[in-house]
Ligand binder design. Sequence first.
Ligand code: ZN
Length: 436
Amino acid sequence: MSKAAWHAYNTYRKGVSYRSQLSVTAALLNAQREDILAFQREQLTKLLRHAYQTTPYYRELLKTESAHISQIPTLEKRNIREQLEHLCSKAIPQARRIKNATGGSTGAPLTFYQDRNYWNQRNLSVYYFDRWAGWNFGERQLIIWGALSDVENNQDWKHQLNNFWRNHHWLNGFHLTDAAMWTTFRKMDRCHPQTILAYPSSLYQFAAFLFENGLAPKWDLKGIITSAEMLHSHYRSLTETVFGTKIYNRYGGREVGLIAMECAAGRMHINCHDLYLEIDSPNPYTTPGDILITQLNNYAMPFIRYRIGDIGRLSDEVCPCGNQLPILAELLGRSTATFRTRTDTLIHGGYFTQQFYNVIGLEQFQLIQESLKHCVLKVVVNAQWTEAARRYMVQKIQGALGADVIVTVQFVEEIPLPTSGKREFTISKVGVGRND
Ligand SMILES: [Zn+2]
């Protein structure tokens, strides 16, 4: 019943059948590489013309309506803070702008505008790509979500109704207690969700809880979609073992929508229908750099070469899965989590997470690079913690950042989650991403 109801509800809301719109999106995303790139170029030309003709910011910056994308200065978060109104299109009335904001896990929250068309297309892309993980309209899904605002908003009747249509069940990743995890597992055991959508760190916590208690799903779970945080390799291996299914990692941002999605062959395909992705690096195929996104559907406020704050690298391989969308080879996490050494080497935050996740006695950690010479290591430990563990961690940090780097170890009761719910294991105050 739920699947049919969901279609009827959406058709009523949008006026046109979602299914037919989705098939148009799917046709493009399943097309040959040259057709995908031709469509993308066409969309890009239209967007640049629109930006030049209708936004004061780009009128001033571009000087001509036929500017080449590679010549356009990058859009930084500070530009959005300072020039918000000038970035908005005069062709879209204020009443048709939809306000949105990032959670502000690092730095202050960022406010911006989107339009209906952007949201419509964003949802279509999510529907298209989530089907790679076995998801389908109206089928049961367990959502383990960490963003406090999303979970709280979810309490009102509109969201409750939406959850009913969409057959969603929520577990609050922000307060993941043993009791909540027990209840959720029992509920899952009764209603057999086909897919899970989760924050990686909350999912990992849930998987570890099930593992420790000898629990495992006894039904066929089609797939797990992770989003919003770094998916560390130890998260993936434990979760895939406990749930007996594959994780499909989804990469996106509130500012620009779904950026890339992992396929059955384990590659991240770029969503060329909705955006144009560049890497700010001398060679994007060999040297990782900042990811720049041009959003192709948001005419209320064009994002052109927007520095989203993550580091990645491209690949030119043809994916064995058969899909011809270009591939994001590496996603190395937040640039604000990336450390810089005195010899200008970059150490991605995931390195430390990988070294420390199985240190005995360590419950949680957070490593903060205060300066090139000084780091603070916050640890939450249990009774099994030893002096040897402390020495091991300090040595690993000094091994990566320099033997003379001072590491101050602080024992704390807890490391609070930011309201975004995104766990931050590493924060650098001297890295590459401090320009916002
Ligand atoms: Zn693939």
